[in-house]
Design a protein around this ligand. Structure first.
Ligand code: KIV
Length: 265
């Protein structure tokens, strides 16, 4: 079995076939998600909350990410593996490339993801020059949120929407191979997905993105606390984790998830 690659995701976007993504942090879930048909596993720094018990992603270290990434990469045969670059690990180009190399060489990731717009062009260009594929992350940027009330929809007014769209174009020009949009109005996400050639992954960004991601612990209903509007518990009404994940994959593929009730205007 060969691993999915960026070419396959570009072709899926061109065909209008939705791409399925879930966060994974360990071997058992990675294997289960892969068998249920998930195509991309994101080793997200959301592990700071759902695994480590912190109240933000900021305390997650590069060593933590390498550890979890390795567990995911060792068990999955064909999923594409994306790893988050943790807070303060991509401050300048040389440091960014060294840190990303650890995620790729020691962790087994195929792609790294980092948060931010035009301020990240230099580090993105350095990663691309080092042949490390990059996913940009725009909209709500969890590493910039320091209080619980900071988790807000982004790009609701015309000025901030135009800025996010402009950032998406700049990131694509800098060489990102994918973009992730978090918590933005569906109409803005649709415009961006149509405007850029690279696949756009949405979370709280409406049904018109090329791909959907959820934090796996949220979609299985096993993380506590307040749930954002876009979160759906797929375990409810299904008898097993396998069935819940298959239901998620099918709902994304069919365009039934996210529905209007999961979407911001
Ligand atoms: O770390 C994470 O889980 C993320 C989500 C927004 C998908 O980046």
């Amino acid at each position: 079995m060969s691993r999915l690659d960026l070419k396959a995701f570009m072709q899926m976007k061109q065909r209008g076939e939705k791409i399925t993504v879930l966060t994974a942090y360990d071997a058992s879930f990675a294997q289960l998600f892969e068998q249920a048909g998930v195509e991309i596993l994101l080793v997200g720094d959301s592990l700071g909350m759902v695994i480590q018990g912190h109240d933000s992603t900021r305390p997650v270290s590069l060593d933590d990410m390498v550890y979890h990434c390795r567990a995911v990469a060792l068990t999955s045969q064909c999923c594409y593996i994306m790893a988050d670059m943790p807070y303060h690990t991509y401050l300048q180009p040389t440091q960014t490339v060294e840190n990303a190399r650890r995620l790729v060489e020691q962790g087994g990731a195929q792609m790294v993801k980092l948060e931010g717009g035009r301020e990240q062009l230099e580090v993105i260009e350095a990663l691309v020059a080092a042949a490390i594929p990059v996913c940009g992350h725009l909209g709500l940027l969890p590493q910039s949120v320091t209080t619980p009330d900071g988790y807000k929809v982004q790009g609701r007014d015309a000025e901030s929407a135009e800025r996010i769209l402009a950032d998406a174009i700049l990131l694509e020009q800098a060489g990102v191979s994918m973009l992730l949009l978090e918590c933005v109005p569906a109409e803005l996400a649709k415009r961006i997905s149509q405007r850029v050639a690279v696949p756009v992954i949405g979370i709280g960004a409406g049904v018109d993105c090329d791909a959907q991601v959820l934090v796996s612990y949220d979609m299985l209903g096993i993380s506590g606390g307040h749930k954002a509007r876009f979160v759906h518990n797929f375990l409810r009404g299904n008898d097993s984790i396998e069935m819940a994940v298959q239901a998620y994959v099918q709902a994304v593929k069919d365009g039934r998830y996210p529905a209007a009730e999961h979407t911001y205007q």
